[in-house]
Write a protein that binds this ligand. Structure first.
Ligand code: 13P
Length: 251
């Protein structure tokens, strides 16, 4: 079985100006000690350069939160993969539920973005999937997640799928303080690994990193990370505060 390295990533969403990002990074680098846990901050585009510079010489990664699937063109307001590559970002969040909900992101655009990243870069995508409350209450959570993953990974090669990170983020647990129980989170992450095995093979599903996201904080990180199929966390609110984010990394 593949040894999966725990991976704790922050998703800053639309928080922190450049100056605020710099202040965070200076404090965080002081607290940070190399551990067996991989870590990264996925930040607004305007912060990426600042974070790359501040984290230089450390093992802390930097991620974007979106990318366009074309190299260039008349796409006002968008940022391309060559632009991210030039900054040297390590990760890119794709298909976050907030983008699906407010910015018209669909499984089709998610699939195009993943293909673009794999075709032209070594950037590791963090693909977000998850059901909303109605879907969970209707007993459809696994079906929804399975359909998302199938559509999002359409025509993506096993070797690429093996490199990626899938974040299970139940929409009802995001920013609500309402965490999925470790059992609920663990159950879905195990199901996701099963879906990847069905789409590809055992080797691929052994390698793919599966995170849980939704109200993760220092107080609940240990029990979430102790679930056998959960390899990491995608952290929103708690990643904005150096001590809290460090507390999760030291779960
Ligand atoms: P919170 O940790 O703030 O609930 O956000 C989770 C999330 O959406 C991370 O991508």
């Amino acid at each position: 079985m593949a040894m999966r390295i725990p991976f704790i990533a922050g998703n800053w969403k639309m928080f922190k100006t450049k100056a605020e990002a710099k202040a965070f990074a200076e404090e965080f680098v002081k607290l940070y000690k190399d551990t067996d846990v991989k870590t990264a901050i996925c930040a607004p585009f305007t912060d990426l350069d600042t974070l790359k510079e501040a984290f230089a010489g450390t093992s802390i990664g930097v991620g974007a939160q979106n990318v366009h699937f074309e190299d260039s063109g008349a796409f006002t307001g968008e940022v391309s993969l060559p632009m991210l590559k030039e900054i040297g970002v390590d990760y890119c969040v794709i298909g976050h539920s907030e983008r699906r909900q407010y910015f018209n992101e669909t499984d089709e655009t998610v699939n195009k973005k993943l293909k673009k990243i794999f075709a032209d870069s070594d950037i590791v995508p963090i693909l977000c999937v998850g059901e909303n409350l109605d879907q969970r209450e209707a007993g459809k959570a696994q079906e929804i997640v399975e359909n998302q993953i199938k559509a999002d990974l359409k025509d993506i090669a096993a070797a690429d799928a093996a490199k990626m990170v899938i974040a299970y983020e139940p929409i009802w647990a995001i920013g609500t303080g309402k965490t999925a129980t470790p059992e609920q989170a663990g159950e879905m992450c195990a199901a996701i690994r099963g879906i990847v095995e069905k789409l590809y093979d055992e080797n691929t599903c052994d390698q793919v990193t599966i995170q849980y996201g939704g109200s993760v904080k220092p107080e609940n990180a240990t029990e979430i990370m102790n679930m056998p199929e959960i390899d990491g966390a995608l952290v929103g609110g708690a990643s904005l505060v150096p001590e809290k984010f460090m507390g999760i990394i030291n779960f």
